[in-house]
Design a binder for this molecule. Structure first.
Ligand SMILES: Cc1ncc(COP(=O)(O)O)c(C=O)c1O
Length: 428
């Protein structure tokens, strides 16, 4: 196995050393094998330290005062916002002759909150009875349920694009379903079950041709590859901090400024108003119009640190290591009798492998792997419509990050084989 470790993998080994939890030995004496990054990524020391620094050195509320602590914390938060903007390659707003405090980057509580914000604030303004929202069966419930809710409220309709048998969005059907009635296409940049990476820029181009807007759910994609909102030309992009090696409780919504300006607010409250009178209020410009109340300040600042780390590691190292793990995992699992891997081949997906083992319920399998010290997820992964397409209730999912190793893939294979033996011996 060690003969397969390339120079890039050795650099990945250096990345791994930044994650203290990966040295953890469980109560059973086993080291942690964490193959559940799809649920949430582990945190590098720099992110943990930044949160501590926020509370120890400059804890105060933002945008609400004039003493030095306020100035420091506000500067840290706005610096993090600029890092997010650079990370997504947003347009430089100074070129558009806009004020310094206008931004297309909104801090949210996470992907779910970001999609709800757009569904409700954009949908209330722009959806009419008979309009259509085009989804597809790859989507996470977070990119389904808010659209169903606003569709019901506005008399609009959710339309479903099917998948091909190997788990790609069927682009021929997609074209047929795209009509002038389509007002929104909501699409994932990477499936949290199959790992499928749809051709986002192409989907946006086709949607724009009929006048539809596009929201891209980048929750899974963000830690695995560069996002360029200008190249995608997406109208909205959302992701969560905690899947990008950052803290929980914070996420990002990118929106094209002209759309954010045209939309009404989602939540009302402090910090988002310009003026409040007895009978009406006026609102600030984006981003603050969409940031009512106190933000998750330390988390948003530490998200900037997570982005610093990802950029320091570099996409080449991340991609190389994850591809190595993905290929090794496919090769290892495909040789185990009864294992079925769902979704496309390794060249059309990110580092997620969801599978079933014939005769072993996913939950039992996940529990058994847990007893071998291997953390995977076994469930419908908040993607019930997708599982229904395959006629199953649940899968077991191994999801990899740059910090995982080929030895951990091998441990998964061995634990699967051991589980099969015990399970079938028990059943006689
Ligand atoms: C593709 C996708 N979208 C949305 C979400 C929801 O993210 P959050 O729970 O951070 O809001 C997830 C979480 O697993 C996801 O994988």
């Amino acid at each position: 196995m060690s003969a397969m470790i390339s120079p890039a993998a050795l650099t990945a080994a250096g990345v791994r050393r930044e994650f203290p939890i990966l040295d953890r030995i469980g109560d059973d004496g086993r080291p942690l094998i964490y193959l559940d990054t799809g649920a949430t990524a582990q945190k590098p020391q720099a992110v943990i330290d930044k949160i501590t620094e926020c509370y120890e050195q400059f804890n105060a509320n933002v945008h609400r005062g004039v003493h030095p602590l306020h100035e420091r914390v506000t500067a840290e938060l706005e610096a993090s916002r600029k890092k997010v903007a650079a990370f997504l390659n947003t347009r430089p707003l100074d070129e558009l002759d806009l004020l310094d405090d206008v931004s297309e980057i909104i801090f949210t509580a996470g992907t779910t909150m970001g999609i709800n914000l757009v569904a409700h604030a954009w949908g209330r303004q722009f959806l009419q009875p008979g309009d259509e929202i085009l989804l597809n069966h790859l989507e996470h419930h977070a990119n389904i349920v808010p659209w169903q809710m606003i569709a019901a409220e506005r008399g609009a309709k959710v339309v479903w694009c099917p998948l091909t048998p190997d788990g790609l969005i069927d682009l021929t059907k997609f074209d047929q379903l795209l009509t002038p009635r389509t007002k929104m296409v909501a699409v994932t940049a990477m499936s949290n079950v199959l790992g499928t990476i749809p051709p986002v820029a192409e989907i946006v181009r086709r949607a724009h041709a009929v006048g539809a807007k596009v929201l891209v759910d980048a929750a899974q994609f963000a830690p695995h590859g560069p996002i360029d909102v200008q190249a995608w030309d997406a109208d909205f992009v959302v992701f969560s901090g905690h899947k990008l090696y950052g803290p929980t409780g914070v996420g990002v919504l990118y929106g094209k400024l002209e759309l954010l300006e045209a939309m009404g607010p989602f939540l009302g409250g402090g910090n988002m108003i310009d003026e409040v009178f007895d009978d009406y209020s006026t609102y600030k410009r984006p981003p603050f119009k969409f940031e009512a109340g106190t933000l998750p300040i330390a988390e948003a600042i530490a998200l900037g640190t997570a982005i610093d780390r990802v950029q320091a590691w570099g996409w080449d190292v991340i991609h190389h290591q994850e591809q190595l793990l993905l290929e090794a995992c496919h090769a290892r699992l495909e040789n185990i009798p009864g294992v079925k891997i769902y979704g496309p081949g390794v060249d059309q997906k990110g580092s997620i492998v969801s599978f079933t083992v014939e005769g072993i319920p996913a939950h039992d399998l996940g529990t058994s792997l847990g007893r071998h010290g291997i953390a995977v997820r076994a469930s419908h992964h908040c993607a019930k419509p997708l599982h229904r397409c395959y006629g199953i209730d649940a899968t077991t999912r191994a999801s990899f990050a740059v910090y995982n190793t080929l030895e951990e893939v091998e441990a998964l294979g061995e634990a699967l084989e051991a589980t099969r033996q015990v399970f079938f011996r028990r059943r006689g």
